[in-house]
Write a new protein. Structure first.
Length: 207
């Protein structure tokens, strides 16, 4: 697991530099410094961001703001989970990144944004909308090893009630990124269908 993460991380960093995404490589190093723990499934904490960025690599040509998507992927949890201020994000990465990071941050300094407001805001940003999609894809992918059954079902419900509708709104608003939204939605839908089928099979065998 650790070796796979290290290989993915190194390959990703070289890819970013090869594309000339120097600010994204800087954001990767900055975020990795703070995300130095373990996820609930035992994987490296920063593998969450690295996995998302590797998926984003396959769709990069569809992004309106290509480098900024990677910067926000690396930074999307850092204000909520690590206490980094919005002011520091702006000073390091500029106003466009700050706007996207603000929109993807659900809890900041004790203030939690309700789901309706949270997802409405993200649908109106071409960067945040795709970054939230990648975030949810990886959360769904890794939830079996990290969440109890109740938490898994709440993630699935939120995805169906809020995340996928948000992606559909953003797709209409930003048609240039249509391929990204469709790809993310397809992966999510299949993840949910697979989990539901496996869960039903387990319950059937128990009964």
């Amino acid at each position: 697991m650790k070796e796979d993460y290290e290989k993915m991380r190194i390959a990703l960093r070289y890819w970013l530099i090869g594309r000339g995404y120097y600010k994204a490589a800087e954001a990767m190093d900055f975020a990795e410094y703070y995300h130095d723990g373990k996820r609930k499934d035992g994987s490296h904490e920063f593998s969450h961001q690295v996995s998302q960025a590797n998926l984003a690599r396959t769709l990069v040509e569809h992004f309106t703001f290509k480098e900024e998507v990677f910067i926000v992927i690396f930074l999307h949890d850092i204000c909520e989970d690590k206490g980094i201020s919005f002011e520091e994000i702006e000073s390091k990465y500029g106003e466009r990144v700050l706007k996207a990071v603000k929109l993807i941050t659900k809890v900041y300094r004790g203030i939690k944004i309700p789901n309706d407001q949270y997802y409405t805001g993200m649908a109106e940003c071409e960067i945040t909308s795709v970054c939230k999609g990648f975030d949810r894809v990886h959360n769904l992918m890794s939830m079996i090893g990290g969440f109890n059954p109740e938490k898994r079902m709440s993630y699935i419900k939120e995805t169906l009630d809020f995340t996928i509708p948000m992606l559909k709104k953003a797709r209409r608003r930003y048609p240039y990124q249509e391929g990204v939204y469709e790809n993310i939605k397809f992966i999510m839908t299949n993840q949910i269908q697979l989990y539901t089928a496996l869960n039903e099979e387990i319950l059937t065998h128990k009964n």
